[in-house]
Design a protein around this ligand. Structure first.
Ligand code: ADP
Ligand code: MG
Length: 323
């Protein structure tokens, strides 16, 4: 398939967003800007670095790439509108490019997003660059820097599932609920709907769990100049998670990452409202800790873990603190 027919085949037959004036087919896309603030995120995915055909089909790769980027929009409290996809197509992927787009479109339509452009070039290694444009109410973006001492810390969904799914895919053993864990790895669900409903609450710091809760907590702590305290016993896990070796469970839920859940902090007065939003949007939310004044002037991103009744400083790669 040449570039022209490829572009023609991935072009949507109609657009969902009323603000779009020109989608694919001209030198650039055009949409009308309305009130509020624009939210923009971009991510690059390289074969064998970020994904592998050994564990995922082409449409799963597409789905996941868009989901990861959408998760960043969710972590800003944004509503996604449009996306652009630039690809470096390697020879072995030529015939499967459409399937990549099928995977992206399957997710995009859930959020009424439109594919409005991109670029296509040939190269040695499949590389996908996705850019999402979204909106948020004026001054309502959920910055990492908004945490304050006295806040509660909460997380959506369950932690460690994606890493467990990958483990199942990479080992030959049989496991309980294997399909569930594999699905959580392949089809992470960005928390767009939940996050959209948080707009009513005036101050929430949010971050998405792409590198594990400790790493995300550390980013919030650093940006807000506070310390986050996480209670290990409160971390939400899925049914069947306990079948894995204890040390793996701990590593995966703290550092596993790629669950694309949301980690947030807000004043305790909003907790009931957040639980209510969780109910309305079918999103599990769990209180997992609190925010306090930071103690050290040296540490970047001060995070403490309460485990077995002890509260210890834990670094982003704090395996050594864990026994
Ligand atoms: P130009 O030479 O002006 O960059 P292109 O032939 O690259 O034009 O692109 C033509 C149209 O197709 C543009 O609207 C562009 O955004 C879109 N497009 C090109 N490649 C892709 C792609 N991989 N995914 C989505 N849209 C694409
Ligand atoms: Mg071009």
């Amino acid at each position: 398939m040449d570039e022209f027919s490829l572009i023609n085949s991935i072009k949507q037959s109609y657009y969902r967003q009323p603000g779009l004036l020109k989608g694919i087919g001209d030198d650039a896309a055009v949409f009308r800007v309305t009130q509020g603030d624009l939210v923009i995120a971009t991510d690059v995915f390289v074969e064998e670095v970020h994904f592998s055909r050994k564990t995922m089909t082409p449409d799963q790769v597409g789905y996941r790439a868009l989901a990861v980027n959408l998760s960043d929009i969710a972590a800003m409290g944004g509503i996604p509108l449009y996306y652009l996809v630039s690809i470096v197509v390697s020879p072995s992927w030529k015939k499967d490019i459409n399937k990549l787009y099928d995977g992206m479109q399957a997710l995009a339509k859930n959020y009424a997003m439109d594919l409005i452009g991109g670029d296509t070039v040939s190269g040695n290694q499949l590389t996908i660059t996705i850019t999402i444009l979204g909106k948020v109410l004026k001054n309502k973006a959920k910055y990492r820097s908004l945490a304050k001492p006295g806040d509660i810390v909460f997380v959506t969904g369950n932690l460690g599932d994606s890493r467990a799914g990958l483990h199942i895919l990479q080992t030959k053993n049989t496991y309980d609920r294997a399909d569930y864990f594999i699905r959580r790895h392949r089809y992470p669900e960005p928390r767009i709907t939940f996050s959209k409903h948080l707009q009513a609450i005036d101050r929430i710091a949010l971050n998405d769990v792409s590198d594990g809760i400790i790493s995300e907590a550390s980013e919030i702590a650093f940006a807000s100049d506070v310390a986050l305290v996480i209670d290990e016993s409160k971390l939400p896990i899925s049914d069947g998670f306990k079948q894995f070796e204890r040390s793996l469970q701990l590593e995966w839920k703290l550092f596993g990452g790629e669950d694309f859940e949301l980690l947030g902090t807000t004043s305790p007065i909003h907790w009931n409202e957040i639980k209510e939003i969780g109910k309305q949007t079918n999103t599990k939310v769990t209180k997992v800790g609190y925010v306090q004044e930071k103690k050290s002037f040296k540490e970047k991103g001060e995070v403490y873990l309460i485990k077995d009744g002890k509260k210890t400083f834990i670094s982003k790669r704090g395996y050594t603190h864990l026994t």
